[in-house]
Design a protein around this ligand. Structure first.
Ligand code: GLC
Length: 626
């Protein structure tokens, strides 16, 4: 469980604090105990000269930094737990927005004003080291109202289209850059092996080659080289390593596999991400054979930094170090030392970041953490900041706000939605539907619900049902697709249907969730509401096409014989027309399963090559003959 204060509780406070913080900067920065009197760096200091090599700038800056400068640089606080003045006083290296942590004005302008406020706080410190602002832009700039929301990764895996995913990364980078955010905690490169896992939809697929192929999104986010072009934002390969392989699909659980299996299944996407120059890697909450990843020096320092040659910086997950060694979660000096010495460079300690800094200062003073480790962490963080051009361009490039939620980005998202649809059944060629079908009946809780079709990590951490942001529902897409003279009737629960209708489309599946809230240790079947809706349709005798909006395969083998057609839509995002494009054949279906589809939940885990017989195998997908 997330440690106190629970994320959802604090976020209300966050908005108030954030607004206050960004608006008011006390005149005089208070000094921090132990801080030597510091003079601002001379304007001709080498580290401020962009013509000099990055390595030279880093070394010049490092030798000017006090211990407090260095400890602050390694610390990331939540916007709801820190003000711009705190950034100045404690030299904070980074601020984040956790899921749903938004400024009072949740618009690109409101974000840019907030982020620039924190940046002014950073630049008010003697050495003027810019802070870097991070957020989860995992399927669009999904915290911000009106952003283009793309399909979640499992749907992008179904496209088998790395070039499309790179273009999506670029579009998201533009919408993010316009708000001043410089860092996205994406892509998730997890290899989901058990679909009970609540984060299955954040995975591109169950075999390493799919996430590896989709590391093109890193190039979309960062450019060919970090900082190489406009709207280059820092990407994050996460969560290192083995988060999708836990026993039972338990989020933050234990991945009990041999090193050979870990290297074969879970490591390859990170090797590819490093090859593509990813600037940051986030550590997984999960354990490997009982050892929490946040304390695993072998895998972080020896393998990731040594063997794979990762040169960026490693960031912990949200209070992730509080679980090291098991027992009651919480921040302790021992856990701080274990995490720093394991090779983590920046610490996401949203609320107790002051305690973190004080504990780390003590662990350096008593020799448990060597200064060489502190300097290595700072070199990595500063190298990335220099590479990004943050010292030269610390503030939001508001010119990109014109791309926010643009028609062009929405058209790209619509194409991605269409390419992600997987047709699993098409009895009697019920699909494609005719656009002149006369009378079409649409039912289901997910037919006309932007919140359900965008899923978790949308506007809030968990996401929510309802008209939560701008977009087109699947029902609206169907209505737009039919020709004049054809009527579309919507009945959420399926009542009112009769034999006069040519076909019924039932859009059912899951409601939003994120992380451990989405774990399904018990069952993966349709809920009672959906089963009742489907029963109402079946009683009519009208052919039924089921569209599943879900973050994973569901246990539907028992119901499948009663359906004429089945399309897995995944979590398509805001552009529901892409689903209608495939239903009516405007776009021929090309999507293929990125995960094996179990015959029942009890068959999990079921994966390609494991000798089991799934209901639909990895790679399955039908298309239309004509
Ligand atoms: C979460 C997630 C991680 C996310 C981070 C910041 O707990 O595990 O994926 O990037 O917190 O929101």
């Amino acid at each position: 469980m997330r440690s106190f204060p629970p994320r959802t509780l604090v976020l209300g406070l966050a908005t108030a604090l954030g607004a206050l913080g960004a608006a008011t900067l006390p005149a005089q920065a208070t000094t921090v105990p132990g801080r030597l009197h510091e003079r601002p760096a001379p304007s001709n200091a080498p580290y401020l000269d962009a013509r000099r090599p990055v390595r030279e700038r880093v070394e010049d800056l490092l030798k000017r930094m006090t211990l407090d400068d260095k400890l602050g640089q390694m610390t990331q606080a939540e916007r709801g737990g820190a003000t711009p003045q705190d950034v100045t006083t404690y030299r904070l290296g980074s601020i984040l927005s956790g899921g749903g942590s938004v400024p009072a004005e949740n618009t690109p302008q409101g974000w840019a004003d907030m982020v620039d406020g924190y940046q002014r706080g950073a630049l008010a410190s003697p050495l003027r080291i810019p802070m870097i602002y991070g957020a989860d832009a995992v399927h669009g700039h999904n915290n911000v109202y009106g952003a283009t929301i793309f399909p979640h990764n499992i749907g992008l895996g179904a496209t088998r289209d790395p070039r499309l995913v790179q273009r999506i990364g670029r579009a998201v980078a533009e919408e993010v850059a316009g708000t001043g955010v410089q860092w996205t905690f994406a892509p998730c490169l997890c290899v989901a092996r058990n679909d009970r896992w609540g984060r299955t939809y954040e995975s591109f697929g169950e075999v390493p080659e799919l996430p590896s192929a989709m590391t093109t999104e890193i190039v979309g986010f960062q450019g060919r080289r970090l900082g190489s072009g406009p709207a280059s934002i820092l990407a994050t390969a996460k969560h290192y390593v083995g988060d999708g392989g836990t026993t039972g699909g338990k989020d933050q659980g234990d991945t009990q596999v041999s090193e050979a299996e870990l290297r074969k299944i879970h490591l390859p996407p990170f090797r590819e991400a490093v090859r593509r120059g990813v600037g940051s890697v986030m550590i997984s909450y999960s354990s490997w054979n009982g050892v929490k990843m946040h304390g695993n020096k072998y895998l972080i320092t020896d393998v990731l930094k040594g063997e794979l040659g990762f040169k960026g910086f490693v960031v912990s997950d949200y209070n992730g170090i509080d679980q090291i060694g098991g027992g009651t979660p919480g921040l302790t000096p021992e856990r701080v030392t274990a995490a720093v010495n394991a090779g983590i460079d920046m610490f996401m300690q949203p609320w107790d970041w002051k305690q973190f800094i004080d504990m780390l200062r003590g662990e350096v003073a008593n020799g448990h953490v060597p200064m060489s480790r502190i300097d290595d962490a700072n070199r990595r963080i500063l190298t990335v900041k220099f590479q990004m051009g943050l010292f030269e361009h610390p503030f939001a490039d508001r010119s990109f706000q014109r791309t926010f939620g643009s028609d062009q980005h929405r058209a790209l998202a619509r194409r991605a939605v269409a390419e992600s649809q997987v047709v699993l059944k098409n009895a009697g060629n019920v699909l494609p539907l005719s656009r002149s079908a006369g009378k079409i009946f649409v039912a289901g809780k997910n037919a006309d619900d932007i919140g359900n079709q965008t899923g978790g990590w949308t506007l809030t951490w968990q996401g929510s049902s309802g008209p939560i942001t701008k977009g087109t529902t699947i029902l609206q897409g169907i209505r737009q697709a039919v020709r004049p003279g054809t009527s579309v009737t919507y009945s959420k629960d399926g009542t009112g249907i009769d034999r006069s209708y040519k076909v019924a489309v039932a859009v059912v599946g899951e409601t939003p969730y994120a992380e451990y809230m989405g774990d399904r240790p018990d069952g993966m079947g349709l809920d009672d509401q959906d089963l009742s809706t489907l029963a109402n349709l079946r009683a009519s005798g009208v052919p039924v096409v089921v569209v599943l909006v879900s973050g994973r395969p569901l246990d539907i083998a028992a119901q499948l014989p009663q359906w004429n057609g089945l399309v897995e839509s995944w979590l398509p995002g805001t552009e529901g027309q892409g689903v209608a494009d495939v239903l009516f054949g405007t776009v021929r279906p090309t999507g293929r399963l990125p995960v094996s589809w179990p015959r029942s939940a009890s068959q999990e885990p079921v994966n390609r090559g494991d000798g089991k017989s799934p209901l639909f195998p990895y790679g399955f997908g039908l298309t239309y003959r004509h």
